[in-house]
Design a protein. Structure first.
Length: 492
C-alpha cells in the first residue's frame, strides 16, 4: 500500500473576474482517480485547495490567487506524508498555479513524486516535463495511468495509456473523501436550492467546433456509461448523501437518444431535480425530448448557442446548430417552465462587427434567464488558435491569459479592447432587459473590472446611447428600433 495525495490547486483569476460568483463544484476527475487507486489497495487523500480556501484572496504573478496558501498546503502534505502527489490542471489558465503547487510539494520533501494531469499538461506535456518540480506527466484521462505509476513506482517521464473503453467498469467517484456539504453554497449559475453534486455520464465529443479543446483530452470518439450504471450512481448518491439535485457535466449527455431517454425515465422515478451547467447540445434535441426532460425534473438548462449569426456558426465556429431550430426549442423549453441560460462567444477570427452584434441581438431576442457573453478563448492546438497564430492575430498570449473575460484576438475588424468593451457595455446596459444590480453598483464594477480607460469607454457608450434605449431600465416589449439604433452605434 502506498500513500497518494490528489490535489485540486488554487485558481488564478484576473482581477476583473472577482465581481461575479466563481463556481466551485466537487473535483469529479480526482475522485475517479482516488477510486481507481483505492481499488488497488492504496491509501488516498484528496485536497481541494480551491474549495478549502474559497474566501482567501492574494496576489500572484499579477493575478488573483483563490484558495489555500502555500504553507497551509505544505502542512497538509507533511501531515499525510504521501509518496506520490497528483496535481490536477483542468483549465489552461491555471497551468502556472498547478506547476507552482508541484514546487510547494518538492519544498516539503524532494523525494515525493509529483504527477501532473489534465488538459494543460496533456497539451503542453513536453514543456511541463522539463519543469524541475514535475516528475511525471499524465496525458489524457488518468485512471489507468495513475494506477500504473503508483503500482510500478514510476518516478519520471510522460505516461499515456489507452482510454477506458467500457466506462461502466470504472468505480464510482470516491465522494466520501470530500465533504459534499462544503460545495452547496457555490454552484454554477442556477440551482434549485436542493442538495446537489456533479455526475459525468460520458466522455468525448465527435463534433469539430473550431474553438473547442475537449477532443485533446477525450478524443472525438464518444464513450457512454450505460443508463443503468448512471441511475445506479444517482440512486446511491440519494441514499448515502441525500442528494436531491444532479448537475450533469457531460459534453453531450443527449447524443445517444435511446440512452438519454432511459436516463430521463429513471430520473423521474428517482424524483431528483437536474440541470446541465456545462451546456447541452440543442441540435441533438427535439420537442418530445424537451417534454420528457421537464417531466423528469429538469429545472434549468444551459444551452451553448455560441453565435447568433448562422454564417459564423456554420463556417467559422463549425457547430452543427440551426438557429431557427434553436429559437423553436428555446421557446419550448421556456414554455415548459425550465429556466434558460445561454452561452455565447464573440471575437472569432473572420467575424465582423455586424455579425458580433447579431449575436447580441439573438441573445436579446431569446429573453433568456441568464446570458453568458464571453470573449473567445483560443485554446492551444485548436483550429481557431492555429488560424489566429498563422495570421498574426494573436501575439504574446500565454495560457494564463485564456479567461472568458479577457480578449486576446486582434483582427482588421476589431481589437481586444473593443471586444471586451462590448461585453461590458452589453452587461452594463442590461440588453437582456433585466436590471440585475443597481446603477451605482454596476458603475463601480465597470471601473474596478477594467481600469480607468476601459471604464470611461463603457460609460461613454452608456451615456451616449442609453437615452436612445429608453434609459437604463429597458422593459420587455420596448420598441426594437431603439435597440437597433444602439447596436448600430456600437459599430463605430
Amino acid at each position: 500500500m502506498k500513500r497518494v495525495m490528489l490535489i485540486e490547486p488554487p485558481q488564478l483569476r484576473d482581477w476583473s473576474e472577482l465581481k461575479g460568483e466563481l463556481d466551485c463544484e466537487p473535483p469529479v476527475g480526482l475522485l475517479y482517480l482516488a477510486s481507481a487507486l483505492r481499488e488497488h489497495g492504496h491509501r488516498v487523500e484528496v485536497l481541494d485547495c480551491f474549495q478549502k480556501g474559497y474566501d482567501e484572496r492574494r496576489g500572484f504573478n499579477g493575478k488573483v490567487r483563490i484558495g489555500l496558501g502555500d504553507e497551509e498546503i505544505a502542512e497538509r502534505i507533511r501531515a499525510f506524508k504521501p509518496e506520490f502527489v497528483g496535481i490536477s490542471c483542468i483549465f489552461f489558465f491555471n497551468g502556472t498555479m498547478a506547476r507552482h503547487i508541484c514546487k510547494v510539494v518538492k519544498g516539503v520533501d524532494r523525494k515525493i513524486t509529483t504527477i501532473m494531469g489534465g488538459i494543460y499538461p496533456t497539451v503542453y506535456s513536453d514543456e511541463v516535463i522539463r519543469d524541475e518540480s514535475v516528475d511525471v506527466v499524465v496525458k489524457n484521462e488518468g485512471e489507468v495511468s495513475i494506477v500504473e505509476i503508483v503500482n510500478k513506482g514510476i518516478r519520471s517521464g510522460i505516461v499515456h495509456n489507452p482510454y477506458v473503453e467500457d466506462l461502466d467498469t470504472l468505480p464510482f467517484p470516491a465522494r466520501d473523501l470530500i465533504n459534499i456539504d462544503d460545495y452547496q453554497r457555490k454552484a454554477f449559475g442556477m440551482t434549485s436550492g436542493r442538495k446537489f453534486t456533479t455526475v459525468l455520464t460520458s466522455r468525448g465529443c465527435p463534433f469539430k467546433c473550431s474553438f473547442c479543446s475537449a477532443h485533446k483530452m477525450w478524443t472525438r470518439k464518444t464513450r457512454f456509461r450505460s443508463a443503468e450504471n448512471v441511475l445506479r450512481e444517482i440512486s446511491m448518491l440519494k441514499e448515502l448523501y441525500d442528494i436531491r439535485e444532479v448537475h450533469f457535466i457531460d459534453e453531450n449527455i443527449s447524443l445517444n437518444k435511446e440512452r438519454f431517454r432511459k436516463i430521463l425515465k429513471g430520473l423521474k422515478e428517482l424524483d431528483v431535480k437536474w440541470t446541465t451547467p456545462n451546456g447541452i447540445a440543442l441540435f441533438t434535441l427535439d420537442e418530445e425530448d424537451v417534454g420528457l426532460m421537464a417531466e423528469s425534473g429538469c429545472y434549468s438548462l444551459a444551452m451553448a448557442y455560441e453565435s447568433g449569426n448562422q454564417e459564423v456558426l456554420t463556417n467559422i465556429v463549425r457547430k452543427p446548430l440551426d438557429l431557427q431550430k434553436a429559437r423553436r426549442l428555446t421557446r419550448e423549453v421556456q414554455r415548459r417552465g425550465i429556466k434558460t441560460r445561454g452561452f455565447f462567444i464573440i471575437g472569432f477570427p473572420g467575424e465582423t462587427k455586424e455579425q458580433i452584434l447579431d449575436t447580441i441581438r439573438f441573445a436579446n431576442e431569446l429573453e433568456l434567464d441568464m446570458v453568458g457573453m464571453n470573449c473567445l478563448r483560443p485554446y492551444p492546438q485548436t483550429d481557431v488558435y492555429v488560424e489566429a497564430e498563422k495570421n498574426g492575430m494573436i501575439r504574446g498570449c500565454k495560457a494564463d491569459d485564456l479567461t472568458t473575460k479577457n480578449a486576446v484576438i486582434s483582427t482588421r475588424e476589431f481589437s481586444p479592447f473593443w471586444i471586451k468593451s462590448i461585453i461590458e457595455a452589453d452587461r452594463f446596459l442590461a440588453l437582456n432587459r433585466k436590471r440585475v444590480k443597481p446603477f451605482s453598483v454596476l458603475f463601480r464594477e465597470i471601473f474596478s473590472r477594467n481600469g480607468m480607460a476601459a471604464g470611461l469607454y463603457v460609460l461613454a457608450l452608456a451615456l451616449r446611447y442609453g437615452r436612445r434605449m429608453g434609459g437604463f431600465r429597458p422593459r420587455r416589449g420596448q420598441c426594437r428600433a431603439r435597440e437597433e439604433v444602439y447596436l448600430k452605434r456600437l459599430l463605430n
